[in-house]
Write a new protein. Structure first.
Length: 533
């Protein structure tokens, strides 16, 4: 268990991608089965411990420590697992036994009933040291927050076994923890696992942003252009009666979109964009789509109000025929024919954008015909469908982001390595008539600034705090005082949940305006005018 705890600690403190990959591959190489497979499952979010829930932790701690003192401790530390592992009292006269393995800990937690869960968890925490307690709590809460995505973990597996990450991704949904057969193959001790699962994920092909001078080197005749729709990239795979809808990272999201999954009466794999509405009439905004995202259950009313459909970009497989090696022009022709056989209320074809030269396409990019379009895509006519992000075949040319000058209003501590800093910021713009002006929140951002700028903002927050609400600090912000942030964002949506009536799409801090007085920040009318346009 200590090896897993040490891995988590080092991953949190290692900022570089290559450093994290090295830590993971070293762990896979030095740790035996089933511990390494269970660690992998925990990192990728595939480890299920049903009998113990995070809320139980607070109940257990409240039995052993004054709740107010724990609240202050949690506020100071900023991370639940770290706080509990530090304040958990050691049993009087306790003599540590042999450190349990990760497999033993997971086995006890998974075999516990819902009623026995708290007792089992308390026993494990009593018998563990601080580091092991931290790791056990991370397993229970399910949110590791160590800066490692499922994709990065799969890349570490590929590096460990010296195979292409696409091979890992194609196998992934046919495997289950602790992945013993997978590790045996990667170590050269067994043949590659043969998955019997149906409708498996195909690693997606990604695009590169258009950079300065990129288009000067390209011939417009070599590329097709499509609108870039503001939804989420998905893959619809149906085979042998199995129907699965995957996100671009390979997560199965079928449960959140049963209406679309039920319409997959085919044997094929489609690549496209998930949107809401009826493709024959209207296309909803990303805000509408968010009503359906990350839900375990979706009511019939929700499905009726925000029906899901797929705007198809590509055809990767039809029947048993894998089309990915074919050029895009040929795949597109097959797709055009195939889409005609599908339910038109659930599937349609992404249209091409006609253009003569790059200047004409730029004019269209700057003024797209629909508010749910966020730019254009460029795809070489002769490009095969290749997993990853190869340079050259596909480009994305997004609209220029909008910017607004807003005033910092609230700050909250971050998580992980940012738990000691106030790094999550709520900002607002001015509203109301002269003499009655007030700041109304319009967004929240936690990235876009450098480490040095984070330290500067953190000091500003501490020096200008006027109120505290648990982990949140209210910062001095009025006509004469305040830190102005230049905020970049992709778009706006109307919102009934916010006092301002607007919600930002992908806000991030683009610049700190130490030079600008707070009373010169933007007004809500600026955002509403943009929303109306």
């Amino acid at each position: 268990m200590n090896r897993f705890a040490e891995l988590l600690d080092r991953l949190v403190l290692t900022p570089s991608r290559n450093g994290k990959l090295t830590l993971l591959t070293d762990y896979f190489r030095s740790v035996e089965d089933p511990d390494r497979g269970l660690a992998l499952a925990a990192i990728t979010g595939d480890l299920n411990i049903a009998a113990v829930k995070p809320a139980m932790l607070r109940g257990l701690v409240s039995e052993r420590m004054d709740p107010v003192l724990f609240g202050y401790s949690y506020d100071y530390v900023g991370d639940l697992a770290e706080t509990v592992s530090l304040v958990w009292p050691q049993s009087p006269g306790h003599i540590p036994n042999r450190e349990p393995t990760l497999g033993e800990v997971v086995g006890k937690l998974q075999s516990a009933s819902r009623s026995d869960g708290p007792k089992v968890l308390a026993g494990l925490l009593d018998s563990a040291g601080v580091s092991a307690r931290f790791a056990i709590i991370k397993l229970v809460t399910g949110g590791l927050r160590i800066g490692v995505s499922a994709r990065l973990a799969k890349q570490a597996l590929a590096d460990f076994g010296k195979v292409d990450v696409a091979e890992i991704e194609e196998l992934w949904h046919g495997l289950s923890p602790p992945y013993t057969a997978l590790f045996a193959w990667l170590e050269g001790k067994a043949e590659k696992p043969q998955s019997t699962a149906m409708a498996l994920f195909k690693p997606v092909m990604l695009s590169n942003p258009v950079g300065d001078g990129d288009l000067d080197k390209l011939d417009p005749a070599d590329y097709a252009a499509e609108w870039k729709w503001d939804g989420i990239r998905v893959q619809a795979a149906a085979e042998g009666g199995s129907r699965r809808l995957y996100s671009r990272t390979g997560d199965d999201v079928s449960g959140a979109f049963p209406d679309l999954a039920d319409a997959m009466h085919f044997s094929a794999v489609l690549d496209g964009e998930l949107l809401v509405g009826d493709p024959r009439e209207t296309t909803g905004t990303f805000s509408d789509l968010q009503q359906r995202l990350n839900r375990k259950t979706v009511t019939a009313k929700m499905q009726q109000q925000y029906p899901a459909f797929m705007r198809c970009y590509d055809l990767l497989q039809i029947g048993d025929e894998d089309l990915r090696a074919l050029p895009f022009r040929e795949r597109r022709g097959r797709l055009e024919t195939f889409v005609q056989t599908l339910d038109p209320s659930r599937f349609d074809l992404s249209p091409f954008v006609q253009f003569e030269d790059w200047q004409a396409l730029e004019d269209l990019r700057r003024a797209p015909p629909h508010p749910v379009i966020e730019g254009v895509m460029l795809k070489r006519w002769d490009s095969p469908y290749v997993a990853g992000r190869p340079k050259g075949p596909w480009f994305k040319w997004k609209r220029d982001p909008h910017t607004v000058d807003a005033v910092l209003m609230y700050a909250q501590r971050g998580h992980g390595k940012r738990s000691s800093f106030y790094s999550d910021y709520t900002f607002g713009v001015w509203s109301g008539g002269e003499g009655e002006e007030e700041l109304v929140p319009v967004g929240k951002a936690y990235f876009g600034f450098t480490d040095e700028e984070l330290k500067q903002i953190d000091k500003y927050v501490r020096d200008n705090t006027i109120e505290r609400f648990g982990p949140v600090r209210s910062v001095r912000a009025d006509r004469d005082n305040g830190l102005v942030l230049e905020v970049a964002f992709e778009g706006l949506n109307r919102s009934t949940r916010h006092k301002s009536g607007v919600a930002m799409r992908f806000p991030r801090i683009s610049r700190l305006r130490w030079d600008k007085p707070a009373n010169e920040a933007d007004r809500i009318e600026t955002l509403r005018a943009l929303l109306d346009r």
